[in-house]
Design a binder for this molecule. Structure first.
Ligand code: KG4
Ligand code: ZN
Length: 381
């Protein structure tokens, strides 16, 4: 099926997305309806609101993806949907809709792990450029609002298999960006705002420290890989450190004033943020970003050396960060490690990555049972 077209559906968090991808590498259409404006007043994703909004958006988003692709329901070769991880109620909207479509159209249904989707965002774009050969093992850092995971991937006859060799013990890196932005009065989501504002501050102004958390996995002694060291992350401490800095440097009143001023602007622009940030705040923002990026880069490259990784993938929403990409490119190049990233639109949640991840399964006829369920804590293996 070289020209097989898959309709992908993604509703795991706060984006209702649908896309049509041909042969696992050509994006024919890619529609993302963001719920950012809905969740903005709460400073984070409200699960109940997310499910309700997915219900409202799913039909028009799928219809738009189909009409932009010039495909018809009948001409599709398969339907792919995110099974997890994610918010249970949000996942259920996409899964129920995909099941109904597959049943009514008598098309194969493929269940996809959201984290494998993020890895396929990179693969999809590399394949489109003609790059089909990667040296294994591939080390993939999936870094987003909900996840900070390191996977060591090997190729099998059907797709890849994954071993988790590191994860966050508490907050995900994207969550740290979001929470820090919120406590500085910068609104939600914080990652893109901190990314843009960091260029205006001194990244060496405030020092933040991270602990080294290399340890053997003690969860399962029966597995041979249990002897492999793990490379864990922790990002809840830096949020507390930023909060302490705000309190000890008398920044509370400035934060409150900034929050009030920016909340009054429906869609603040870069000049609005800059007009409401004093130099001390810009230094704090730049230092925060520098610290998180430095920790992600150094732990990932330590893991790459320890596991003899031959290729590096960095993907997920935080992979859109300009400084993260620059530092990974620079440091990986020093070690002769080829590093790949998705383009910015494919770094954050989308359904093209879900359709792409489903393609090897369609070829191998690995279809989902009609009664499969949402798996909010779905592990990638
Ligand atoms: O992959 P994604 O869309 O959703 C999850 O699977 O979580 O990632 C969203 C996360 C948010 O935490 C957001 O603040 C962060 O990615 N993010 C960024 C940037 N763009 C999005 N973080 C840092 N720099 C960015 N440019
Ligand atoms: Zn994601």
């Amino acid at each position: 099926m070289p020209d097989a077209c898959i309709l992908g559906i993604e509703t795991s968090c706060d984006e209702t997305a649908a896309a049509v991808v041909r042969s696992g590498e050509e994006i024919v259409s890619n529609v993302v309806a963001s719920q950012i404006a809905l969740h903005q007043p709460y400073g984070g994703v409200v699960p109940e609101l997310a499910s309700r909004e997915h219900l409202r958006a799913i039909v028009p988003v799928v219809r738009q993806a189909l009409s932009e692709s010039k495909q018809t329901y009948a001409s599709l070769d398969g339907i792919a949907v995110t099974q997890g991880p994610g918010l249970a109620g949000a996942l259920l909207v996409g899964i129920s809709y995909a099941k109904a479509l597959a049943y009514a159209l008598e098309k194969p249904l493929i269940a996809v792990n959201h984290l494998e989707g993020h890895i396929h965002a990179v693969l999809l774009e590399e394949r489109a450029k003609g790059n089909h050969a990667f040296a294994f093992p591939v080390l993939a850092l999936v870094v987003s609002g909900g996840h900070t995971h390191l996977y060591l991937a090997e190729q099998r006859s059907v797709g890849w298999v994954y071993e988790n060799i590191g994860h966050t013990r508490d907050d995900a890196a994207g969550e740290a960006f979001d929470k820090t932005a919120k406590l500085l009065g910068l609104g939600y989501p914080g990652g893109p705002v901190i990314d843009r504002l960091s260029a205006y501050g001194d990244p060496t102004a405030v020092k933040f420290a991270f602990s080294q958390m290399k340890h053997r996995d003690r969860r399962n002694h029966e597995k041979p890989e249990a002897t492999r060291p793990h490379f864990d992350f922790s990002y809840s401490g830096i949020k507390t450190a930023v909060l302490r800095y705000v309190e000890t440097h008398d920044m509370r009143a400035r934060v409150a004033a900034r929050h009030k001023a920016l909340s009054a602007i429906p869609q603040p622009k870069q000049e609005d943020y800059l007009a409401n940030c004093d130099p001390e705040t810009l230094d704090l923002i730049a230092s925060f970003q520098q610290a998180v990026v430095g920790d992600l880069v150094s732990k990932t490259l330590t893991a790459a050396r320890a596991c003899n990784a031959a290729t590096l993938f960095v993907t997920g929403g935080v992979a859109a960060n300009a400084e993260l990409r620059r530092r990974f490119e620079q440091e990986a190049a020093k070690e002769g490690l080829p590093a790949y990233f998705p383009s910015r639109p494919l770094a954050t949640d989308n359904a093209a990555m879900i359709a792409a991840a489903a393609y090897p399964r369609l070829l191998a006829q690995q279809f989902a049972a009609a009664d499969f369920c949402a798996e909010p804590g779905f592990a990638l293996r």
